[in-house]
Design a protein around this ligand. Structure first.
Ligand code: GLC
Length: 530
């Protein structure tokens, strides 16, 4: 169990704010920092402990800000450094921690370093901050190796003088060469810059990608340019332990995080960092949270699991077994801005929402920390964004797969778009569905049976069990029902087709109505046992 003196992040509930879709204060159709600040009380009332804000740095926005051109500035689209300061002050006053996104794997093509690299000759120190290489074949016309971009297509693009540069994501996101000490030194300064301003931590983008196999050798078992979409990569994460990936999860990344840990530890206030590392196994995930490395790593295993008690039990067991030996606490997450929202993943409609609420209630009963994605407290589903409004580079590189559907702006109030997200009459950056009036925050706050009220109640109840400890027992025996005991709290999640019996005790909270004393299918309950 966490010691009474455990750091705040160990069991915190984080709320992910996708900045461009949260709240627009200036009427340009894009969310911004003052929009977040004016809704911090909303987050406090909902009951979260911390806010993770996606990138707001200067950027040409080819990948919604994950293509950074200046790591210590603020894009005028989102506000100013003064707005960051205001946000931090207000959040801290309300008792909320603030985590910002750090994108160290790649810069934007508009970063001063990449511009200088294009102007400098092959072999120059300017080029050595990135991964420039000559091509293969006659005239160097073929890419240096067979690696694919996560966003589809080859991971290499060619420049004016014939050299190629590596980009594991979009062509506008050149990968940095982390074996170059200049790169590490620059990011030390970036970390210090934001820590000095008062941020409580960082979410490390693509944390498993920074170190590549030094030889940049071919990936075995794949053809050049073969598409490796996030969904493919993620879908096969746990099962394919044997896969050859010279670009991901290389031992060298851990030296970087050890050095960041030393830097973070020079600050007061339990500053933290969480790795976005799409690793293949729970054990490799746990390597990022060894005592001298990062504090947390996203545990994507549940998000990838089907609706199944056995699968959930496997995820819980696998996660806890992996983090226990390194003394870390687990993290849990069901949705984020890169994946299909969980009510839709679970089938959509009434059943999808019921399952999503049940999964959320189960997740919130577990030890460790949980990450929520904005809008999930409203039960929002993935939106089918029409092709002409699509913005995600993945959509364009794959011709048909994209993440915009999870990124549609938040509906706050009112009966039609932009539902209080922006000033009336403004066109939001992604169109908002016509039938969201009943899903707005204002509508749901009035309704005690709404998904919003359920989240608020669950977060409140979670605080009552803060001392329940970190040991859990998975009560086996009923293949379609997951039952997990954690100290005085038992959570039961019915993934099967028939109503299930609840263990003796007092029902604290359910994700949907009970059927007499029975737990209906697609429903979870917390039971306090004497
Ligand atoms: C991470 C982000 C994603 C982004 C990618 C490249 O996976 O979550 O949104 O596109 O990194 O930076």
């Amino acid at each position: 169990m966490p010691a009474p003196s455990a750091p705040w992040w160990r069991d915190a509930v984080f709320y992910q704010v996708y900045v461009r879709s949260f709240a627009d204060s200036d009427g340009d159709g894009l969310g911004d920092l003052p929009g977040i600040t004016s809704h911090l009380r909303y987050l406090r009332d909902l009951g979260v402990d911390a806010v993770w804000i996606t990138p707001f740095y200067p950027s040409p926005q080819h990948d919604a800000g994950y293509d950074v051109s200046d790591y210590t500035g603020v894009d005028p689209l989102f506000g100013s450094l003064g707005d960051v300061d205001d946000l931090l002050t207000r959040a801290h006053r309300l008792g909320l921690k603030v985590v910002v996104d750090l994108v160290p794997n790649h810069t934007s093509v508009e970063h001063a370093w990449f511009r200088a690299a294009l102007d400098a000759p092959a072999g120059s120190p300017e080029r050595a901050r990135y991964l420039f290489r000559p091509g293969k074949g006659r005239g160097g016309a073929r890419p240096p190796n067979n690696w694919s971009s996560v966003f589809g297509g080859p991971a290499w693009s060619r420049i004016h003088d014939g050299q190629w540069y590596l980009h594991l994501f979009d062509a506008t996101q050149p990968d940095l060469d982390w074996s170059n000490p200049e790169v590490a030194a620059m990011f030390d300064d970036v970390l210090r810059f934001w820590l000095d301003r008062g941020v409580d931590g960082f979410r490390i983008d693509v944390a498993h990608g920074l170190a590549k196999d030094r030889s940049l050798r071919n990936q075995r078992g794949r053809r050049s340019g073969e598409t490796d979409l996030p969904s493919d990569r993620q879908g096969s994460m746990v099962e394919r332990r044997d896969v050859d990936e010279p670009m991901w999860d290389q031992p060298g990344v851990h030296d970087i995080y050890r050095s960041w840990r030393r830097l973070l530890d020079t600050y007061d206030g339990d500053r933290m960092a969480v790795a976005e590392a799409w690793t293949r196994t729970p054990e490799s995930m746990a390597r990022y949270v060894r005592p001298d490395e990062l504090h947390q790593a996203f545990n994507f295993a549940w998000l990838l699991a089907p609706w199944s008690a056995a699968a959930f039990a496997d995820v819980i067991r696998g996660t806890l077994d992996a983090v226990r030996p390194v003394g870390a606490a687990p993290t849990w997450v069901l949705s984020n801005h890169d994946v299909v929202r969980h009510p839709t993943r679970y089938g959509g409609g009434h059943r999808g929402l019921a399952r999503a609420r049940a999964a959320t209630l189960t997740m919130l009963a577990l030890p460790g920390s949980a990450y929520l994605y904005q809008g999930e407290e409203l039960g929002l589903e993935e939106v089918d964004v029409p092709p002409e409004f699509r913005q995600d580079p993945v959509w364009f590189r794959t011709g048909g797969v994209g993440r915009d559907g999870a990124r549609v702006p938040m509906p706050w109030r009112g009966t039609h778009s932009p539902y209080g997200f922006s000033r009336a009459g403004t066109t939001p950056w992604l169109p908002m569905p016509d039938d969201w009036a009943r899903l707005t925050v204002a509508a749901q706050r009035r309704d005690p049976a709404s998904t919003w009220s359920f989240y608020r109640d669950a977060l409140r109840a979670r605080r009552r069990f803060a001392d329940a400890g970190e040991d859990v027992e998975i009560v086996d025996g009923r293949a379609t029902v997951l039952e997990v005991r954690r100290g005085p709290l038992t959570v039961v999640c019915n993934c099967g087709p028939r109503p299930a019996r609840l263990p003796p005790g007092t029902v604290v909270l359910t994700s949907g109505p009970l059927d007499g004393h029975l737990l209906p299918p697609d429903t979870a309950a917390w039971v306090a046992c004497a």
